[in-house]
Design a protein around this ligand. Structure first.
Ligand code: DAH
Length: 343
């Protein structure tokens, strides 16, 4: 017993002394394993307990445990000491020079499309419209069928579509939100909403992108007339492009409106006298519109004998390009910060 106790004492003293000389956390960890680890010196001593008498064993065990606790708490102290040491030496090595220029942080800019969308929304909110949304993955029923475009209708060809299945596609227009909103609001009157969002078509060139944005408009109420449509759109164009703007309506065709009209705004670049952008006509086409077709009102749950409506749909990219004089639509999607910085 005496020999073993002597051995424990030796290990304790030696370890404490070696602790003091340590210079790194790695060394500390290695020493801990060597003494206190599963195959460490103290553990090995415990294994020799078999040579002791029954009375000596618990006493010896107690001594070893005390020494272990003692060394463990000493180990914690050393750990703190070495961590401090490491921090101090790092602080000494890293010199802080506050006279150096600050690191350059890239600043983001609002995308011109987001800006135009928000501006369009603000103008219509100001006229008492609400904002409505619908899914970008749409059914054939909402995207075409309910909008008076039955299967095989030749006008479907105007919108080359991305089909997912025969009945599900990426919406080619925001017009399906007309139906979804009427279904939701019926029998409420008036319905007075705009529906901004992304739409998808199989087009890709300087003036067409496979993904682009539209803002749809729909008003349904008793006694709605085409002059209401014209008044709302004139006000919109003047707020968007300047108070001197005028609009004109040209007869057109959309399956979901009857009659239908293409709306032009007087050219904001030449004030109507004719330039390259308006192709010397003085007018720029900016949206499609018309009086909601009775079939469409019916699909939305409303009775075309009792209420009428008007609708319109505009391309946001086109408005942004006109407003900011952007000549190639692809610039809007290149994500080049030098382009975005200009707005
Ligand atoms: N959905 C049409 C398109 O994408 C645009 C449009 C035209 C919407 C006339 C309308 C409308 O609501 O009345 O080409």
């Amino acid at each position: 017993m005496v020999v073993l106790l002597e051995e424990v004492r030796r290990i304790k003293e030696e370890t404490l002394k070696r602790f003091e000389d340590l210079e790194s956390l790695d060394e500390l960890q290695a020493l801990k394993v060597k003494v206190l680890g599963k195959k460490g010196e103290l553990t090995a001593l415990l294994r020799q307990m078999g040579s002791l008498s029954a009375e000596e064993r618990p006493k010896f065990g107690q001594v070893v445990n005390e020494v272990r606790d003692y060394l463990e708490s000493a180990w914690e102290d050393q750990l703190k000491r070495l961590e401090d040491l490491a921090l101090q030496s790092r602080l000494k090595a890293e010199k802080l020079d506050i006279s150096l220029p600050a690191a350059w942080l890239a600043r983001g800019y609002q995308h011109p499309l987001t800006r135009v969308m928000e501006e369009v929304e603000d103008i219509f909110l100001g006229m008492g419209f609400q904002i409505s949304e619908g899914p970008e993955i749409e059914t054939d029923y909402y995207n075409f069928e309910a909008l008076n475009l039955p299967k095989e209708h030749p006008a479907r060809e105007m919108q080359d579509s991305f089909y997912i299945t025969e009945d599900i596609l990426l919406r080619t227009q925001t017009s399906p939100v007309q139906i979804r909103t009427m279904e939701k609001l019926y029998p409420q009157l008036p319905v007075k909403i705009i529906a901004p969002g992304k739409v998808y078509r199989k087009d890709d060139d300087a003036t067409h992108s496979p993904m682009f944005h539209q803002v749809e408009g729909l008003v349904v109420d008793v006694g709605i007339r085409m002059s209401d449509l014209k008044g709302i759109l004139l006000n919109f164009c003047q707020e968007m492009f300047g108070p001197e703007r005028e609009i004109r309506l040209r007869p057109s065709f959309f399956p979901f409106t009857e009659p239908s009209a293409e709306v032009d705004v007087s050219c904001m670049l030449c004030a109507g006298s004719g330039c390259r952008i308006c192709k010397h006509t003085g007018w720029l086409e900016i949206l499609g519109s018309g009086m909601v077709h009775p079939q469409v009102l019916r699909a939305g749950g409303y009775d075309p004998e009792k209420v009428r409506g008007f609708a319109f749909g505009m391309g946001v990219e086109r408005i942004a390009m006109l407003k900011y004089g952007i000549e190639d639509m692809r610039l809007l999607f290149d994500n080049d910060i030098r382009f975005l910085q200009q707005f």
